[in-house]
Design a protein around this ligand. Sequence first.
Ligand code: NAG
Ligand code: NAG
Ligand code: NAG
Length: 373
Amino acid sequence: MKSACLSLLLVSVCWALPFRQSGFMDFVMEDEPASGDGPGPELPTTRKPHVERLPMMPEGPEVPFCPFRCQCHLRVAQCSDLGLKTVPEKIPLDTTLLDLQNNKITEIKENDFKGLKGLQTLILVNNKITIIHAKAFSSLINLERLYLSKNLLKEVPANIPKSLQELRIHENQINKIKKSSFAGMANVIVMELGSNPLSSSGVDNGAFADLKRVSYIRIADTNLTSIPKGLPSSLFELHLDGNKITKVTADSLKGLKNLSKLGLSHNEISVVENGSLANVPHLRELHLENNALTAVPAGLADHKYIQVIYLHSNKIAAVGTEDFCPPGYNTKKAMYSGISLFSNPVPYWEVLPITFRCVFDRSAIQLGNYRKK
Ligand SMILES: *[C@@H]1O[C@H](CO)[C@@H](O)[C@H](O)[C@H]1NC(C)=O
Ligand SMILES: *[C@@H]1O[C@H](CO)[C@@H](O)[C@H](O)[C@H]1NC(C)=O
Ligand SMILES: *[C@@H]1O[C@H](CO)[C@@H](O)[C@H](O)[C@H]1NC(C)=O
């Protein structure tokens, strides 16, 4: 039975909009296949409706309730994978999630999202967007998630709503992050900027400083040569893997008191300045594999919380007995759960067992060169 269309709510809408009815039926058939009866005889196509308008619904029969070929249901407008070249018109004004991914949209125009005051999630992933009008988002006063990955954007869009909590804009052509790009965006929690042609000179000092609540920033697989300056102290995870960073300066991590995970693998780091680890007192995971380190970073033995430290595939030629553990026994607060040192010039038989005297779980240590990566 087509119970969806039988409910008073939907029937009212069907009948109020006779010229869209076939489209609506297509939607119902796709979305909720009949349970064997085929289209039931109860489904009226000619009978004059007795219209009972619901207060939430747009007035007047000329207002279509969903763009052609999209599916609109429970305030979700689903318009993905339709080969669309532009944002469709007449998206229901009460939409909270608009999915336009996997289309061929090239441009976002000034009025494309006009009036969508309730929109919380806008998905534009995998289109061909090169331009977003500076006022395109001005109606979206409740937008929380903006997904723009896999497009051809050369810059971060202007005037992103201040309500935004999550911005994903990886795999674009962005080569500049200006301080103004994120001005006043105090609600952002997640920022994903990876796989863009960014270099350190293209990132303004303090570009992220206004993100007072951000907990996750990922700028992986770009051309950064240093850790961006002036990162917010709220950061919990920072992923900068796959860049061209040559050095970890103590200064770059200053004030990151809450940082728990730091990803710096696949860079060109030869030095971690002494004092770097002291600036991130709550760090639990540090990924430094596939770099050019010649020594184990200083400060691990004194660090209270570090549990995972990946150092494989570097140029470490010697490991000292106090590199990981403080002098004496049972003096380390947190337990190591992962230490990797394989694929370094140091022969594993030259690393003395007492080096890991504070590691209680021996399987946490990956030392030999047997592990291929
Ligand atoms: C980084 O720079 C190199 C050389 O200039 C370039 O070939 C490469 O595409 C850049 N990488 C990214 C992610 O932009
Ligand atoms: C650090 O984390 C704690 C606990 O989650 C939180 O209360 C505090 O506000 C955070 N500090 C900053 C600077 O965000
Ligand atoms: C790092 O700095 C601390 C404190 O200044 C010092 O005691 C220690 O010897 C230094 N370690 C290295 C490897 O330079």
